[in-house]
Design a protein around this ligand. Structure first.
Ligand code: FES
Length: 284
């Protein structure tokens, strides 16, 4: 007999998505005269804000011997590598090599670090990470985030979520998926004359305020159709978003997990849930 190898869990090796703008860090976390090292799509990047508030994003690898530039010093104009003291300006050009003799003819500004376009909007610092074509000219505009109507409020929730870019997109609810969710749910209620619907969002780590509003509108629309919606699997981050935009969670049927949601649905429909152990065995 040939034994089947046990199935292995293999992590996704899909390629990151280059050629797009990405929100890197909230603006307020990078003060003038400071720098910050970070990783985006696996790339080490050092983000600098000069004294006037201008931004620079460079590859966080010194072109001399590969030391992370973020380990060095930033005086508000130049980044100085901590290893041999090479200095780079906000355009990534080398402006000083301390070990060079004074009469040396080497043009240091011919040496440079890869830089990335950086812009600031909606309270976030965005970086454009080019694909193999390099920087395209003109760059596409930075995406605008949906903001609630007046009085305008802007907030962000950050969460470390270890995954590849496309795994992350699959696990999140974007506006298109939120619209589909609403349409499918309402269609299902109408076609099946549904009285109770269970909406399970287990595994969705966070949502923005526009998606949260869509969720609330879906529950309200279902109520108008005569159905009760039970939302299950709310993460603490999503609950926090709903509270932040002013949703009264006591008016929403929320249950911790899907099984609890189905049990509540059965109770609302008048079914009695009997644990299997309590069902008397049938005699033949
Ligand atoms: S490694 Fe940066 S100056 Fe030498």
């Amino acid at each position: 007999m040939i034994e089947q190898p046990s199935p292995e869990v293999v992590s996704s090796r899909s390629a990151p998505l280059f050629g797009f703008w990405y929100p890197a860090v909230p603006s307020h976390t990078l003060l003038p005269g400071r720098m910050k090292g970070l990783q985006l799509l696996g790339l080490p990047i050092v983000l600098c804000r000069d004294r006037a508030g201008g931004l620079a994003a460079m590859r966080d690898i010194c072109p001399h011997r590969g030391m992370p530039l973020s380990f060095g010093r930033f005086d508000g104009e130049r980044v100085e590598c901590s290893y041999h003291g090479w200095q780079f300006d906000m355009k990534g050009r080398c402006r000083c090599i301390p070990a060079l003799p004074e009469q040396g003819t080497l043009q240091t500004d011919k040496i440079g670090v890869t830089t990335y376009p950086a812009e600031e909007t909606d309270g976030m610092i965005w970086l454009y990470l080019p694909d193999e074509r390099g920087h395209i000219d003109p760059l596409p505009p930075v995406p605008r985030m949906p903001l609630p109507s007046e009085p305008r409020q802007s907030f962000h929730i950050s969460l470390t979520y270890t995954c590849t870019a496309d795994d992350g997109i699959i696990g999140l609810i974007d506006p298109q998926r939120a619209r589909q969710l609403t349409e499918q749910l309402l269609r299902g209620i109408r076609e099946n004359r549904g009285k109770v619907a269970v909406m399970d969002i287990t595994g969705v780590p966070s949502i923005d305020s526009a998606i949260a509003n869509r969720l609330v509108q879906t529950v309200e629309a279902a109520r108008l159709l005569g159905a009760t919606v039970i939302v299950t699997g709310l993460s603490p981050e999503i609950a926090q978003t709903l509270v932040t935009i002013g949703v009264d969670l006591s008016k929403m049927n929320t249950v911790g997990d899907l099984q609890g949601g189905i049990e509540l649905a059965e109770r609302l429909l008048g079914y009695k849930v009997i644990p299997v152990e309590e069902v008397a065995p049938r005699t033949l």
